[in-house]
Design a protein around this ligand. Structure first.
Ligand code: HEM
Length: 92
């Protein structure tokens, strides 16, 4: 398993924990902006993995370039999710 795939698997585990946590507390999913940003980060991460394994049918060179850029955007969105999450938790 590649390094990036492990990261994506951990991201999915985090999503599952967040979903469970919200279910236990308010029961209202995707209630705050952080949730939407976090979900977008997860979706972009999954698209990045699909591209890495060639799941999306594009020319190899185009796929590689798109993979790198989607990964960069996913990472940036994830930083926003972390900042929003810390704010949501009252740390920031
Ligand atoms: C230090 C980092 C983080 C903290 C402290 C944090 C904290 C939280 C908190 C407190 C909630 C509940 C919001 C509510 O009351 O509705 C939440 C929900 C959520 N978080 Fe995070 N979060 C963090 C990072 C992330 C990251 C990196 C992602 C995605 C990659 C993410 C994705 C989500 C999602 C999707 C939900 C909504 C779950 C649902 O509505 O069922 N979080 N987070």
């Amino acid at each position: 398993m590649r390094f990036g795939t492990v990261g994506a698997a951990l991201t999915l585990a985090g999503l599952a924990m967040g979903y469970y946590m919200v279910g236990e507390r308010t029961g209202v999913h995707l209630r705050v902006a952080h949730s939407a940003v976090g979900l977008l980060a997860v979706v972009l991460t999954l698209i990045t993995v699909a591209m890495a394994y060639g799941g999306l049918k594009l020319k190899k060179r185009v796929l590689r370039l798109a993979h790198v850029w989607v990964a960069r955007i996913a990472f940036a969105v994830m930083l926003f999710a972390v900042a929003g999450g810390l704010r949501q938790a009252g740390v920031l």
